[in-house]
Design a protein around this ligand. Structure first.
Ligand SMILES: [Zn+2]
Length: 127
């Protein structure tokens, strides 16, 4: 686990976060994806990945990158948290188009921050 964290930190150091280009955006973000549902979210660039999905409590939130050619609903793909497109081109390529994904791309206007997603059910006293 600690090893994973170190790898994540190393990865974050070499891959620039996906900052929003829209100046109206109030804070910087990266795009993350729920590998279970394929829903994408914004997240703080400093988020530790994989992160726990607040609704499911499962560690399914991971880094996402963009394929320009894919259908609108599936442009963002989960990518490995370790390695780089240089040493793992397949991991960072679209499974359909076999082209390298990009860190930046179009996102829905109403995309939420994962931090703002409320847990589905709170279980007081269970922490
Ligand atoms: Zn594609």
């Amino acid at each position: 686990m600690l090893k994973n964290l170190l790898l994540i930190v190393a990865l974050l150091a070499v891959s620039l976060p996906t900052y929003g280009v829209d100046e109206k955006q109030e804070k910087p973000y990266i795009v993350v994806i729920d590998t279970k549902t394929q829903y994408i979210f914004k997240a703080d660039p400093k988020i530790k990945l994989p992160a726990v999905h607040p609704r499911t409590g499962k560690e399914t939130i991971t880094k996402a990158m963009y394929c320009e050619k894919c259908a609108i609903c599936a442009k963002w793909k989960a990518v490995p948290l370790t390695g780089t497109p240089m040493d793992n081109p397949e991991g960072f390529s679209c499974p359909i188009h076999k082209e390298l994904l990009t860190a930046e791309g179009k996102i829905p206007n109403d995309l939420k921050f994962i931090e703002e997603i409320k847990p589905k059910r709170s279980s007081p006293g269970a922490n």
